[in-house]
Design a protein around this ligand. Structure first.
Ligand code: HEM
Ligand code: MTE
Ligand code: MO
Length: 431
């Protein structure tokens, strides 16, 4: 065995230690990138798991994209209704930070590539477990980044449901991430504590095998080529890449900056101007809403223990009208600024249905016949919040067909998918 390894190490190719010549590689370089990813990916993972909780999948089958999750749903909780920009923030961070970390992730993988070819592949039981955690970590991270980035490009090319793949992928990644962190964090801290700030290390110097701790630096090239770029220069390149991605992504979360979001599509290209001239994800035509569905014959059905009631739009307008300034924040990470919505409070409609106080949750159904997001269940805390509306107007004008005329749901702090458009029926207390 030992003999075979020695023979393999002398073969030309990536298993030969001196095949990897960059003087940039080394323990400090990897440690800096690793710590950035530790903080950044922790935030991405936590906001991702929150995104799943945010649409209250445990409330009703219509909300749940991953019904067979089992114990992995242990952390779910009733998503709050405040602050009203909560989901706009969490999902904006998830998608924007995820995008911005791409250069850091790639640099980190590049910095440890020789390790992936190191021989022998497994030295002991402990080493085998460590290698397994790396497989989960690298595989999981690449899978999450590829599916996530494809999703925000609206390229649903993978087989199966994005939600399920990305949710299970997250747990595979987290298993690798947690064990990798437990195994490597002490080393990273030791290497960085050892003095010389990483950026200032003359390239090539610790490449000669000195990590600054007196231990051998096994990430450094044993026979490095002369440097063409300092470590500080390499960090600057990675940082510049992240900055460009930030500048061309962050605008997804603002009406004003949206034109700067060059890298990702964002719904209807031109939502027009005027009060209703803000982001539209799906037009009425794109989900086959016919004019007759939302014309004068339209009625809202409200069901509950007090009976079944039908409202015309005029009857709804004759009820107490309330306003709330709320954004729409899609799971795909884009969001609008706050818009002024006006209409009937959900809790007032619950009172009509037979719940004058402490209303329960509600099942919301659209007149839309096919496609996803036709229905959604809202929890009692969402119905009780006075800002949760069946909106009839936005920014002082009646809803346009594309914004959900005759009536749409708007709920504070909730993901966009909870804000059902072209509402046809509300059933209180049946969840
Ligand atoms: C290690 C990295 C990542 C982890 C652990 C992670 C985790 C998660 C989790 C657990 C969800 C909820 C899934 C569900 O609702 O069923 C989610 C949602 C999402 N993620 Fe990620 N994610 C990662 C990276 C990314 C990246 C890089 C992007 C794109 C730039 C991205 C885009 C999305 C999108 C668009 C959603 C919305 C789908 C939803 O909430 O239902 N993710 N993420
Ligand atoms: N009936 C219906 N309501 C819906 C949807 C839909 O496809 N059909 N899409 C949802 C999603 S995913 C989002 S993000 C918001 C987007 O609202 P907007 O199209 O007004 O921007 O509407 C939600 N309401
Ligand atoms: Mo959405």
């Amino acid at each position: 065995m030992g003999d075979l390894v020695r023979r393999l190490r002398t073969l030309p190719g990536p298993t030969r230690p001196d095949f990897w010549r960059s003087p940039l590689r080394g323990a400090r370089f990897t440690a800096v990138l690793g710590l950035v990813l530790l903080v950044g990916l922790t935030l991405v993972a936590v906001t991702g798991l929150l995104s799943y909780a945010a649409y209250n999948p445990d409330l009703a089958a219509v909300n749940d994209k991953t019904p067979d999750k089992g114990l992995l749903g242990f952390y779910l909780f009733a998503w709050p209704t405040g602050p009203h920009w909560l989901y706009r923030l969490t999902q904006g961070v998830h998608v924007t930070l995820g995008t911005v970390l791409v250069p850091v992730l790639l640099a980190k993988l590049w910095s440890v590539i020789p390790r992936l070819f190191a021989l022998p592949p497994v030295r002991s039981v402990g080493h085998a477990l460590e290698r397994l955690s790396v497989v989960l970590l690298v595989g999981g991270a690449l899978f999450q980044f590829v599916t996530g980035l494809l999703n925000i490009q609206l390229e649903y090319v993978f087989p199966g449901s994005f939600y399920r793949l990305h949710f299970y992928g997250a747990w595979v990644f987290l298993a690798g991430f947690l064990s990798h962190t437990a195994l490597k964090l002490p080393t990273a801290v030791r290497v960085l504590r050892a003095g010389i700030p990483a950026g200032e290390t003359p390239a090539g110097e610790i490449g000669k095998g000195e990590s600054g701790t007196g231990e051998r630096d096994t990430l450094a090239a044993p026979a490095p080529t002369p440097p063409t770029l300092s470590r500080r220069g390499a960090f600057a390149m990675v940082g510049a890449g992240s900055l460009v991605l930030f500048a061309t992504t962050a605008g997804r979360s603002s009406d004003v900056l949206r034109p700067s979001a060059l890298l990702t599509p964002h719904g209807v290209e031109d939502p027009g101007t005027g009060p209703a001239g803000f982001q539209i994800n799906k037009t009425a035509a794109s989900v086959h809403i016919r004019p007759a569905d939302i014309g004068p014959a339209w009625r809202l059905t409200v069901r509950g223990p007090a009976g079944t009631f039908r409202f015309t739009r005029a009857a709804l307008l004759a009820m107490d009208q309330h306003s709330a300034a709320l954004p729409i924040a899609c799971v795909e990470g884009w969001s609008t600024s706050d818009q002024w919505w006006r209409g009937v409070r959900l809790r007032d409609l619950a009172a009509v249905a037979g719940f004058p106080d402490r209303p329960p949750g509600v099942l919301v159904e659209s007149v839309q016949r096919a496609g996803s997001f036709r229905e959604a269940a809202l929890r009692d805390n969402q119905v009780r919040d006075g800002r949760s509306l069946l909106a009839l107007e936005v920014n002082g004008v009646p809803l346009s067909a594309d914004h959900g005329y005759p009536a749409r749901i708007i709920v504070p702090a909730a993901p966009g998918v909870m804000n059902t458009k072209w509402v046809g029926a509300l059933t209180f207390g049946a969840l």
